[in-house]
Design a binder for this molecule. Structure first.
Ligand SMILES: [Zn+2]
Length: 151
């Protein structure tokens, strides 16, 4: 669980960092699976009747490209994690459900292997289906390059 014990939080707050087995994300499947632990670096503190935590959460993932069906690596991360939990008599406050929610939101709805710019998707859009103009423009420039005078 990603959380804090109340007694550990001083008046200056508490930095909690570490890695947590990704099974609590409950998203293992063919289309998407975690390839490592969920990392977190959070600043926790007490505010009013609750405990808040803000910071960064991330998990390395393997997703499947919706276009070419090739699996590819993707880092799901958020630098703006923020959650607040009512203390409600508890000694340990669990932020895991909030981390899970944050990371699920960080996953792309339509994952493509060229998302990170590192890979080139082998799937070619059919001509004239819209959005294919960029490729046409690029090849036009390639053609123009051929007409450059040789030196
Ligand atoms: Zn692809």
């Amino acid at each position: 669980m990603i959380g804090v014990h109340l007694r550990q939080i001083s008046s200056e707050g508490l930095r909690v960092e570490g890695g947590e087995d990704a099974s609590f994300l409950e998203l293992d499947g063919i289309e998407q699976k975690a390839t490592g632990p969920v990392g977190y670096s959070l600043d926790a503190g007490i505010s009013g009747g609750g405990v808040f935590a803000t910071g960064r959460v991330w998990v390395p993932m393997e997703l499947r490209c919706v276009a070419c069906l090739r699996p590819f690596r993707f880092m799901a991360e958020s630098d703006s994690f923020a959650a607040q939990v009512e203390i409600d008599g508890r000694e340990f406050v669990d932020f895991s459900p909030f981390v899970r929610e944050e990371l699920l939101l960080a996953l792309p709805n339509h994952p493509r292997c060229d998302l990170n710019g590192g890979l080139h998707c082998s799937y070619q859009r059919p001509e004239g289906s819209g959005g294919g103009n960029r490729r046409a423009t690029k090849s036009a420039w390639d053609q123009l390059d051929k007409f450059k005078p040789e030196r």
